[in-house]
Design a binder for this molecule. Sequence first.
Ligand SMILES: NC(=O)c1ccc[n+]([C@@H]2O[C@H](COP(=O)([O-])OP(=O)(O)OC[C@H]3O[C@@H](n4cnc5c(N)ncnc54)[C@H](OP(=O)(O)O)[C@@H]3O)[C@@H](O)[C@H]2O)c1
Length: 291
Amino acid sequence: MTETTTSQVTVLGLGPMGTALAAAFLAAGHRTTIWNRTPGRTAALAERGATPADTAAAAVAASPLVVACVRDYAALRTVLTGTGADWTGRTLANLGSGRPDEARALAAWAGAQRLGYLDGAILTPTPTIGTAAGTVLYSGPEESFAVHRPTLAALGGRPAYLDADPGRAAAYEMALLDLFATAVHGVAHSFALARAERIAPTDLAPYARGIGGLLPEMIDRAARQLQAGEFPGEVSTIGSAAATIRHVAETARAHELDTGALDAVRALVDRAVAAGHGGAGLGRLALSVPR
Ligand SMILES: NC(=O)c1ccc[n+]([C@@H]2O[C@H](COP(=O)([O-])OP(=O)(O)OC[C@H]3O[C@@H](n4cnc5c(N)ncnc54)[C@H](OP(=O)(O)O)[C@@H]3O)[C@@H](O)[C@H]2O)c1
């Protein structure tokens, strides 16, 4: 495939992320066709040179690479199965979020339509798209990725290819959103507990940032420990964490705050201690998540 054909791209879905993707393709000089289920979202991109398509089928027909970014796989299925599009010679890169099994099922559907399929996971927010900080992981057939890599590079950073399993990018995304979701809960809960103790949010914030700053080193340490299968507790131990979490949960309960997540953390830590890992480093906790 030539550079000319790979520089034509279609974007299906113009929510905040689809709009950012289309803008990045345009900024990189790619001929960009756009479509959204609900009309009225194309004007700003059209002013920058995008070509709005009236139907999803027309949008698919316009480009060899079709980048989809709608809310979830169910929505994408509705769009794809409703198009009546001729997929011959097309590659679909789905950059919307979803489960690994949904990615694999969609890849199987695509295979039956003789449609190339790449699954992508966008790991960074809309302002990063098209910049060095933009991070998108891809999985699926390596040859499809190699063909479309020059176009996908417009989204920023270095497009990272994982492997041929179409569910692999979504698997990374789910593991990382697992961390993000519980961190979001932690931020909200920490401010709620502080509020109950009459600590002003802006007084807490600098110290909360400090806690967040501990995570990168902790993540690397846990990864090293899990990789080696050895969990030295010289920095901190699961047994010590068990006592700390008990204090936090009891304080939150005394203020009649929801303690669901804290109780879950406490159950995890207690399970590890009961299994004899109280002296181990915190990386060992990952092995106690399966009940
Ligand atoms: N925003 C981010 O920072 C970010 C970061 C990483 C990943 N993502 C992922 O990117 C995807 C898109 O996110 P977003 O931020 O653009 O907003 P979103 O609200 O998740 O998705 C909006 C898009 O989905 C379309 N849509 C929703 N339901 C539909 C349906 N049943 N049929 C057809 N189209 C449907 C919307 O079309 P209408 O306009 O017609 O409703 C719109 O184009 C999501 O999977 C999200 O998890 C987003």
